[in-house]
Design a protein around this ligand. Structure first.
Ligand code: HEC
Length: 188
């Protein structure tokens, strides 16, 4: 009888574990899909805008499209999608404390020689009294990005950036450095 009870209890615990692991897996998968789709759309918009060397015009596309896309991906209730960086261009993209912790972990891993592409960090934490699932995905600096975030930005471009973003800190990046992260919060 006693043995049976222990067996039942352990079956119950394994089931509970399977359900909870399954839930986390589902949320990770959901975040991966959101981050991937958001990135693909943004890059598509950027590439189209930049075609033919119209980089200055592409700034206004970024300025308009990036927040618009983030808002669209955040339409389903309980989903919040965005981009953040320690060296932000748009002050709206300033990281909060949890995001700062994640970015520091990415930076540490990068300095240890790990590749940033596909690097992730997630945690279930309390956000405004609700248990929420938070996810970050590293954004590496690619060669296309250097035009507007690199060390040698043309004068014309610099001027245009200053006009739209007087507090811009998102310049001086080198190839392969951590540019920032996609940030996703799933709340119940
Ligand atoms: C045409 C210029 C341009 C290019 C090229 C460009 N960006 Fe940006 N980037 C911007 C602008 C403008 C913003 C601010 C958008 C906003 O207002 O939300 C921005 C913002 C960002 C942000 C959000 C954090 C912040 O600094 O506000 C990230 C992350 C980012 N860019 C990454 C990239 C990456 C990665 C690439 C290369 C794939 C890239 N950018 C290429 C102009 C550019």
């Amino acid at each position: 009888m006693h043995k049976k009870r222990i067996l039942l209890l352990s079956i119950f615990l394994v089931l509970l574990l399977a359900i909870s692991v399954g839930a986390e897996d589902r949320r990770v998968l959901q975040c991966r899909v959101l981050a991937r789709d958001f990135m693909t759309e943004l890059k598509g918009e950027l590439k189209t805008a930049i075609r033919g060397g119209r980089t200055v015009k592409a700034i206004s596309v970024c300025k308009k499209m990036a927040p618009e896309l983030a808002a669209r991906y955040s339409l389903p209730s309980g989903v919040q999608v965005g981009r953040i960086s320690e060296r932000w261009r748009n002050p709206e993209n300033r990281p909060d404390r949890w995001e700062q912790k994640g970015l520091a972990i990415f930076e540490k891993r990068r300095l240890q020689g790990k590749t940033l592409a596909g690097m992730e960090y997630w945690q279930e934490i309390e956000v405004e009294g609700k248990r929420s699932f938070r996810y970050l995905r590293a954004i590496p600096t690619g060669s296309l990005c250097l035009r507007c975030h690199g060390e040698n930005i043309s004068r014309k471009l610099k001027k245009a950036l200053q006009k739209s973003y007087p507090e811009d800190q998102a310049v001086g990046f080198r190839l392969g450095e951590l540019r920032g992260a996609f940030t996703i919060t799933l709340s119940p």
